[in-house]
Design a protein around this ligand. Structure first.
Ligand SMILES: Cc1ncc(COP(=O)(O)O)c(C=O)c1O
Length: 359
């Protein structure tokens, strides 16, 4: 049987997608070979790649004046690729700091430019929160403003897209495709695939055309968005299987009714889990309501000594990967698009039984 997988990434994939991939594994569409064994330059593969892009454009309503790139190196390589591409003419950037991932991004950027760090994490009544935009010390001459929509480890998410004139660059790794977003508000969106898109190994970059010619001269061609855009993300061999599988996830999402429809399910899932935690004296979520992540729900138990038992019993109940990130401890349930409402209900039922037995 398939368990419910609450891993933060690589994360759960829709069962229907894995079944389709399994069915096509040995003989892709009667061609007598797996898609993994096919040239990335073949007509068949290029059609698969282009269909994935077209479906992603449909799902996110990506305007014509944006390029969509299918790259490698994870979101972490983008921490360097972004300043290398965007700090050529103007070397100044603002970085909003809200947690571990935005901190990693700004540390890399400091190697390439003049980074103004805006500390936007705060505590309100003992709960983690993001400060009001009006209090941010933004520069008026930055090439871009970087932020991470959803801090996957902390479970801290922006309630709204910041309202700024400077090109906005967003790490959407753990929240892309979870809720509708107006791409026009961004200069660049990037995301590692291994949460809401597909398997690890693929990184999506969505970039507005006017930002393609700002690069530093020494940038390697493989990291240069303009070169990747010109070459259909095939400056070198791309992650062909991850790209194909992500395409299957996009098809699945369209079948579910698209991002609006999955957003409604995500809202229900989050309401169920946070609602249960809030009503309980045994579990606690450390985030202020306005900034609670819809995708990653960290929580602690009243008695820390019970954590190991909780994880062991959860696993025995086919509820996997609920340990918090190694840097923060506690528990974390990642409830990405591919985790169904029934999975969250099963988790809540287990948490309730666990309280009755150990609380
Ligand atoms: C918000 C966020 N940014 C960046 C990363 C790093 O991604 P990658 O492992 O693809 O480099 C992660 C990984 O979990 C993440 O959650």
């Amino acid at each position: 049987m398939r368990a419910y997988n609450f891993c933060a990434g690589p994360a759960a994939l829709p069962t229907a997608v894995l079944e389709k991939a399994q069915q096509e594994m040995l003989d892709w569409q009667g061609k007598g070979l797996s898609i993994m064994e096919m040239s990335h330059r073949s007509n068949d593969y290029v059609a698969v790649a282009e269909k994935a892009e077209a479906d992603l454009r449909k799902l996110m309503n990506i305007p014509e004046n944006y390029k969509v790139l299918f790259l490698q190196g994870g979101a972490s390589l983008q921490f360097s690729a972004i300043p290398l591409n965007l700090l050529g003419k103007n070397s100044k950037a603002d970085y909003i700091h809200t947690g571990i991932w935005s901190e990693k991004a700004l540390k890399e950027a400091k190697r390439y430019g003049d980074v103004n760090v805006v500390d936007a994490a705060t505590l309100i009544d003992g709960k983690h929160a993001i400060t009001e935009q009006s209090t941010w010390n933004l520069s008026n001459d930055a090439a871009y403003i970087h932020y991470a929509d959803n801090e996957t480890i902390g479970g801290l998410q922006f309630a709204n897209v910041p309202d700024v004139k400077t090109p906005l660059v967003c790490d959407y790794s753990s929240s892309i495709l979870s809720a509708p977003v107006d791409v026009n508000k961004f200069g660049l969106i990037y995301a590692g695939a291994q949460k809401n898109i597909g398997p690890a190994g693929l990184t999506i970059v969505i970039i507005r055309d006017d930002l393609l010619d700002q690069t530093k001269p020494e940038i390697p061609s493989i990291l240069k968005y303009a070169d990747q855009a010109k070459n259909g993300s095939m400056v070198n061999t791309p992650a062909t299987y991850a790209w194909y599988l992500s395409g299957l996830v996009f098809e699945w999402l369209l079948e579910q009714g698209g991002v609006e429809a999955i957003h409604k399910v995500n809202q229900e899932k989050a309401k169920l889990l946070y609602g249960y935690i809030d009503a309980s004296d045994f579990y606690n979520n450390p985030i202020a309501v306005a900034n609670r992540s819809m995708m990653n729900v960290p929580f602690t138990l009243a008695d820390e000594a019970l954590e190991k038992t909780f994880l062991k019993e959860a696993e025995a109940n086919h509820l996997l990967n609920l340990a918090g990130h190694r840097s923060v401890g506690g528990m974390r349930a990642s409830i990405y698009n591919a985790v169904p409402l029934e999975g969250v209900q099963a988790l809540v039922n287990f948490m309730d039984e666990f309280t009755k037995r150990h609380g």
